[in-house]
Write a protein that binds this ligand. Structure first.
Ligand SMILES: Nc1ncnc2c1ncn2[C@@H]1O[C@H](COP(=O)(O)OP(=O)(O)O)[C@@H](O)[C@H]1O
Ligand SMILES: [Mg+2]
Ligand SMILES: [Zn+2]
Length: 454
């Protein structure tokens, strides 16, 4: 008999045959707990022994109709959804506690209700009075959203069946309690089966369901990753503590491009969409300082400017620090190695700190050259020209490679008042009026061009 996998990680949902302190899959500590089995069908009969019903089969050619969509009217939200909310779909909105998920969804609920959808908002965390208080603060108390404070999933499904809403918001999935599952709310089995029930209910009844999932650090409550595979769309709401910006990021979308982001600002009156994120991400930039470089990235379908900051200081430690926020630490190590071995710019004995300003997270290799520029600028204590934007990929040989959507990036830079672009040499270099181009073939040439002969 196969060994039963009844230990489950509450952070990523991976199952194991035995308990261990660290999850092999996601490397989180203390997240593995023993789980009880999911609710099951008739006991004791194998699937082969008891007949199910035949399912209708189709061919590959017959076209399903495009699913109907409803727009919220909030551009930043609609774009992340891949162009509006899809009927009969399941969404997960994950994020840290307090980041603004309930605020976002109450505002979205009001928008969708105004655009003709029947919307029910179910809070398992807050009383009706608390949600109503938030609605008043956001100026939404008159919007036709129906509200209930409930955690019993059976009662919720019965209500949804009777009311037939177009959209149900469940805040949060960790507070739901399915009475047929023998474990506490928030446990992996409860969260999984609640999400499963809600998702299949939504598909059967042509309803859209949005589930809120708190990102948890503590193993006693299951995180949203446990249900990611069940839903059509996974959005994460992110932001830095102490910053007003919030980024809604699609990490999975069956109905649109993943990696699309929407940018919002948290204000006393709720979330306000940021139509020009580049301006926002650059707004805190002061006078040109050593270690500061402006990079133009592509987020989803949009170019977006942001500031990359580096600080380099003599290290008191035998093992110097390498600290990165908003970028990949492996990639930083690679760039430090290329700078050292191909350009003669060593970082031995130096602590290196790298930060992407504004809480943005960059994953493109296109940022390589901007990172290298920030590092050398910090090390040499020499500021870069204030009106220059830099991007390009660096290979291990020290060669520079052009990146995708160069023209879009250049246009965005020009639009925001930049006058110079330093980018890799490319056969057919796009030209943008008003933007002076400086090219480099390799990293050593770039360092010499920008910081002088070494
Ligand atoms: N009275 C208020 N004025 C301004 N901002 C507030 C107020 N109350 C709450 N907020 C903001 O809303 C955030 C909480 O948002 P909420 O939607 O409840 O988060 P979540 O549902 O993700 O836990 C707070 O961190 C704060 O930034
Ligand atoms: Mg909340
Ligand atoms: Zn895990």
């Amino acid at each position: 008999m196969a060994k039963e996998l009844n230990f489950t990680c509450s952070a990523c949902g991976t199952s194991f045959g035995k308990w261990s302190g660290q999850c092999d899959a996601c490397k989180e500590w203390n997240t593995i707990t023993q789980s009880t089995a999911l609710a099951s069908g008739p006991k004791g009969k194998s699937l082969g022994a008891m007949r199910g019903k035949t399912i209708p089969l189709t061919d590959l050619d017959t076209q399903e109709k495009e699913p109907p969509r409803t727009y919220s009217g909030v551009g930043e939200l609609d774009r992340v959804l891949g162009g509006g909310l899809v009927k009969a779909s399941a969404l997960l909105v994950g994020g840290d506690p307090g980041i603004g998920k309930s605020t976002l969804l109450l505002q979205a609920a009001a928008r969708f209700a105004r655009n003709g959808l029947k919307v029910i908002y179910i809070s398992g965390e807050e009383s009706n009075a608390q949600v109503q208080m938030r609605a008043r603060r956001l100026g939404l108390e008159k919007s036709p959203v129906m509200l209930a404070s409930e955690t019993n999933l059976r009662d919720i499904l019965t209500t949804l069946e009777a009311e037939k809403p177009d959209l149900a918001i469940i805040d949060s999935i960790q507070t739901m309690w399915a009475d047929n599952v023998d474990s506490a709310p928030g446990s992996v089995s409860q969260v999984r089966s609640s999400a499963h029930e809600l998702t299949s209910f939504a598909k059967r009844n042509g309803m859209a369901v949005v589930m809120v999932g708190h990102v948890t650090k503590d193993g006693s409550i299951a995180g949203p990753r446990v249900v990611e595979h069940m839903v059509d769309t996974v959005l994460y709401f992110q932001g830095e503590r102490g910053h007003q910006y919030r980024i809604l990021r699609a990490v999975k979308n069956r109905f649109g491009p993943a990696d699309e982001i929407g940018v919002f600002e948290m204000t006393g009156k709720g979330l306000v969409e940021v139509k020009n994120p580049s301006a926002l991400f650059l707004s805190e930039r002061g006078k040109p300082a050593p270690g500061s470089v402006v990079f133009c990235g592509i987020e989803g379908s949009r170019p977006m400017l942001c500031e990359i900051q580096a600080l380099v200081a003599p290290s008191p430690h035998s093992q110097p620090r390498r600290s990165v926020v908003g970028w990949d630490s492996g990639r930083l190590a690679m760039i430090l190695a290329v700078l050292e071995s191909r350009c003669g710019v060593p970082f031995t004995g130096l602590d290196v700190y790298l930060n992407v300003a504004g809480g943005l997270r960059i994953s493109e290799p296109a940022a390589d050259l901007a990172v290298a520029a920030a590092l050398v600028s910090a090390r040499e204590d020499a500021a870069l020209p204030a009106e220059a934007v830099i991007f390009g990929e660096i290979s291990l040989s020290g060669a520079l490679r052009p990146v995708v959507q160069t023209e879009n990036r250049l246009k965005e830079a020009q639009k925001l008042g930049f006058t110079t672009a330093i980018v890799p040499q490319q056969a057919k270099q796009p030209a943008v009026a008003g933007l002076q181009m400086r090219h480099a073939d390799d990293l050593a040439g770039f360092v010499e061009d920008v910081f002088g002969a070494r």
